[in-house]
Each structure stands twice: as C-alpha cells, then as structure tokens.
Design a binder for this molecule. Sequence first.
Ligand SMILES: Cc1cc2nc3c(=O)[nH]c(=O)nc-3n(C[C@H](O)[C@H](O)[C@H](O)COP(=O)(O)OP(=O)(O)OC[C@H]3O[C@@H](n4cnc5c(N)ncnc54)[C@H](O)[C@@H]3O)c2cc1C
Length: 648
Amino acid sequence: MSPHAKNPPPDRQLGEDRPIPRRDFLQGALVGAASAWSGALLRAYGADALPERRAAQDLPGYYPPAITGMRGSHPGSFEAAHALRDGHAVGPETDTREIYDLVVVGAGISGLAAAHFFRARNGAAARVLILDNHDDFGGHAKRNEFELGGAVQLSNGGTLEIDSPRPYSAVASGLLRELGIDVVSLRRKIEHPQFYRTLGLQQGAFFDRETFGADQLVVGLGTAPMRHVLAQAPLSARARADIARIEEGAVDYLPGVPSADKKLQLSKISYRDFLRGLAKVDPQAIAYYQPLTHDWWAVGIDAISALDCWAFGLPGFRGMHLEGGSIARMGYTPSGYKDTGGSATLHFPDGNATIARLLVRSLIPEAVPGSSAEDVVTARVDYGRLDRADSAMRLRLSSSVIGAAHIGDPARAREVQVRYVREGQVYGVRARGCVLACWNMMIPYLVPELPEAQKAALHSLVKAPLVYSIVALRNWRAFSKLGVEQIYAPGSYHPLVKLNAKVDVGSYRSSSAPDEPILLRMVRVPCKPGLSEHEQNKAGRAELLATPFATFEHNIRDQLSRMLRGGGFDPATDIEAITVNRWPHGYAPEYNPLWDPEVPPQQRANVLGRAPFGRMTIANSDSGAAAYTDSAIDQADRAVNELLRPQG
Ligand SMILES: Cc1cc2nc3c(=O)[nH]c(=O)nc-3n(C[C@H](O)[C@H](O)[C@H](O)COP(=O)(O)OP(=O)(O)OC[C@H]3O[C@@H](n4cnc5c(N)ncnc54)[C@H](O)[C@@H]3O)c2cc1C
C-alpha cells in the first residue's frame, strides 16, 4: 500500500479549501447531539425548552441517512463501549421503570430479526425494546442518502448484496419472502447489469506511481486480452506476461498430484504464496494482486488460503483440475449457492438497509410508510415514531448498552437488568429475557458473570475493519470519456472504485446519463501484510479510529484526480459531498484455515461463545461465523428459540 500523508494541508487544486455542500451541518448537529456527551447542541435546537426532555431521535427533522461526513462507526457511537472496555467508572443510573418481555441489544439485521421472530412467537402484545449505539438502525445495513440535482441518490454504507456463499436456510429465505423480497422476480425487474456495458464502459486498473513508478489507467479488464490491456501499464514485460498467464492461462502448478491432495496443499498456503511459490509470478504481479481479496475478506492475499480463493473464483486455478466440493479446511462450499432466497447479484439502491427498513416496518408499521419491498426504497422513516411509550415495540437509538445482569441466580432468575448510556446518562430497564445481538467480542464486558471459557471464546470473535467511502459527483463525464465504470487500483488508498450500479425500483431512479449526478463507491481495507490476520485486523482498527475525515477526503480527492485526469475530472468542482462509512468492526470473523486451530466445527469459538446463559441468548452474524445476511437472520432465530425453550 502506498504511503499517504496523515494530516495533509488543504490542497486548493484538489478543492479541499472549498466547502462541499454537506447537509451534515444541520442534520449532523441534530443527530450528533444524540450521541455526543454534551447537551449543547440539543439546547441549540431548543430541546431543553421542551416540557419533557426528548431524545434527539424524537425531534422533528431527525434523519440520519442524509448525514454526510464520517459515518459507519460515527463519532459518539463507540466512546461508551471503549470507556467500558478501559474500565472507566460510569455515573449513577436512572431507573426508567420500564419492564419488557425482551430487550434486544443491537439493531442490526440480527437484532431486528430477533425482535421479529420473538413477536411472531409471542403475539403482537409482547413488549420489546431494541437498543443500539448508533444514531440510525440497521447496523452494517446502513443507508446513505444524498440530494443531488434535485433528486435523491442512494447508496449502501455497509452491506450491499443479499448474497452468501452458502444456500439460504428456510428461515432466512422465509423471512425475506415474508418481508416481500422475492429475489428472482426483483432481479428481473430492478437490475440493469449491462447498463454501463451498453454505454461502452468497461473495467479498468489504475497503477499509481508510489507502487508501480508511474500513474497510469488502463481499460478493458475482463473484456480485452490481458496483454493488450496491460500494454501501457508501468510493469515489466515479465510481470505483464505473468498476470496474463494467471488470468487467462491453464497451467497445472502441481502436476501429477491427485485433486484431493492438491486441495489440502492449497488450503495450507496463502493465495500470495500460491502466486509466488507455485505460479512463480514476478513481485510486481504480487503487488498487482495484493488487495484482490479485500472486498470479500477484509484482508489481503497474504492472509487467505489459496483454496478459499479458488472456491471464490479467483484466477490462476483453471489448469489445476480441482474437483468441486469443499473440504474441512475451507471456509466455503464452492458453487453450492444459487438464488435460494438470497441472490448473488440482487441489491437494493441502499443495499441491505432495505432489509433493515422492511424489518422496522414490520415491527413498527407507523414509522415506515408503504407496503412493499419496492416502495420502501423511497419511504421516509419517521424516527419520532420508533420509541413511543404507547407502542409494544420500541427502538431506541444512540443507546450503548454497558451491562446486562440477571436479577438473582442466572440459573433461576426470571428477569435481567440492562443498563445503557444515552446522551451521557446511564439508564436501566428490566426484561424477562435478553438477546445480545451485538458484536460478540463485547459481550464479556457487558455480562461479566458469564463463565470464563465462554468469555474467552467471545473475546476472540473480533470483526475485521473496512471502509466504504461514498463520493457524490456532479456528473460522470470523466468516466464516460475514459470508457470506464469501475477501477481496480491495487496501490491506492481505496483499491476498489465503482460507479453506483444502476438499480431502478419503485419511484427511485438511479443516474442514467453521464451528465447527471451519481454516487461513486470506494472500498478501503486497512490491513498490514506481514502480520497474522487477527493482528492485521487489530492494527487496521486502530488506524481507522485514528484517521480523521480530512485525511480520507484528501486521499479521495488525490486518488480521483490522478485516476481520472485523462477524462478531465476536476476534484475541486466535480465532488459534491463525501461520506466515509468507517467500520472498525466490520465483517464477522470467519473460519480461516491459515490461522485458526483445526477443531471440529462444534468446538469453534463462535459455537462455544453463543451458548445460552440463563435468560440471555446470543445472536449476531458473529455467532454464525459468517459475515452474511443469512447468518445474521439464522442466528437471531436460534437465539430466540433458545430463549423460549422451557428452562430445565
Ligand atoms: C462494509 C460491509 C459490507 C458488507 N457487505 C455485505 C454484503 O454485501 N452481503 C452480506 O450478506 N453481508 C455483508 N456484510 C456483513 C454484514 O455484517 C452482515 O450481513 C449483517 O448485516 C450483520 O448484521 P448483524 O446484526 O449480525 O451485525 P451488525 O450489523 O453489526 O449489527 C449489530 C448492531 O449492534 C450494535 N451494538 C454493538 N454493541 C452494542 C452495545 N453495547 N449496545 C448497543 N448496540 C450495540 C452495533 O453497533 C450494530 O449496530 C457486510 C459488512 C460490512 C461491514
């Protein structure tokens, strides 16, 4: 990864001195008040003058999807959790005197699904409170909304596709159907997979001078022969030939070895070692492939097994004659997945935020107008209706849970006490049960009474960090002129850059011509090759939390100006707004044969960690060890079933 200045001075040519028309001043102030420790901003909006102090989410105009700037784990969402981790004392508790049948910790897809399943099994009168530390619901299912040229443009701030490398379970596909998502018919109706292709736009690669010696964009990846595409690339002749061989050749790098033995060998080496050691490619080609696995695993090719890369269809294995099917030392089942409830390609304009919004509609219909999976895309959520005292189902935002304890002996207790921090104040509620659908590694801090072995297992389930930056552009003429719709930039700050896909659904219209505004999606994974996967994640997480928005902005402007220079792109005038969705806790930890101990599946940390504990059960995709929607849903179902099981 190329070096980039940490705190660069504002660059006039890049437009850093120009205020981008963000609406985060108004909206951000309002929402920031919910999560910040000070009440000053609330006062600015007159909240203190209200007869009863209301939370920010109840104030008129509260609309977090429209906030730009630093999102994802936004300022104000994680400080209480870090204070708990660091052992800081909290202030006295205010007893809300609220008693629920269920408290759900975490309003991601798993927590929302848990509330849905619980109510389905207990009736509409069941009293449920869902608590989340963010200013919006959905967890990684985050909606980014921009008003551009008088129209709304949408993007996902986190999870995008309803995909999974495994077939969807009956539970997960059943829930999607219940929510009105029929992936097969929706795919036909809303996707335009050939849109850019019909306009002559293709995939490109950008070689940056810090990594490859010169800035150069090449176009035609996947359509033209690799030797033509790379002809202008600042690579040695050998590196070009090696990349062409990996992409298009059919070489058996383990001749004479039976398929089963090959697979075992490939499961023990990284994809980088496969390329370097077996395929013997040039170091420049290694640099070219280094971030190829970022978007799938949030780590580079040095930390993912060659076999898993084969299963995901990465290049280089065509001549290896590997027989289909998975082996124990694999994270994935190759080609076991079709449209089985989820879909390998279908996504809504705001990604799986639509699933979260449909779940909230099913839980609190008055908060989300409309009745279909298509009209929900343009529905404006009324956040003021999410947490009403007269509703059996309540969703409370900007509320970081800092403790959950049984009232009495966990084996016999009939209630749990849940404490959370909101606007700097500690509150307590009671419930007959609690589903912890939050990040599993945090649960030992919340529930110190858990058995030590279970706490150790939970502690190890740390998510991998990554960033989805969304850049609002005035137009996409530069892309059109260069004939490119997505760019793989292996040495750049954001190695993956892509024009927002064309998806038209309900009354929502995505950008349809180069003169129109559009959203650009950029992916960054802060990994540190040379360390173990776990240590890379740890270092990347620290980097993300220490990187200010200004650094992201500078690097985005710099990268776009260099990549798109030939198309006349001017970052000072072409960029309308930037949102950085920072996820220090991103993808759920998955089994990685390179780093994880070889134990039977039932002894893996996620299984040991998710054991029910008295009136508490554990959900989240972490407990399924799979960073996918179906896992979040399946684990919610299991956690609710465990809670409702008669206690022995
Ligand atoms: C950038 C990104 C892209 C992804 N892309 C895809 C994709 O395309 N397809 C796919 O299927 N999956 C994708 N995933 C995986 C995604 O994580 C899962 O599919 C799923 O959305 C996870 O849901 P969850 O409810 O298990 O976890 P989360 O979405 O993380 O929700 C858990 C919630 O609990 C909250 N929480 C944590 N601690 C506390 C606390 N103490 N108090 C209160 N609340 C707390 C969290 O802040 C969060 O809001 C992606 C993930 C990321 C980060």
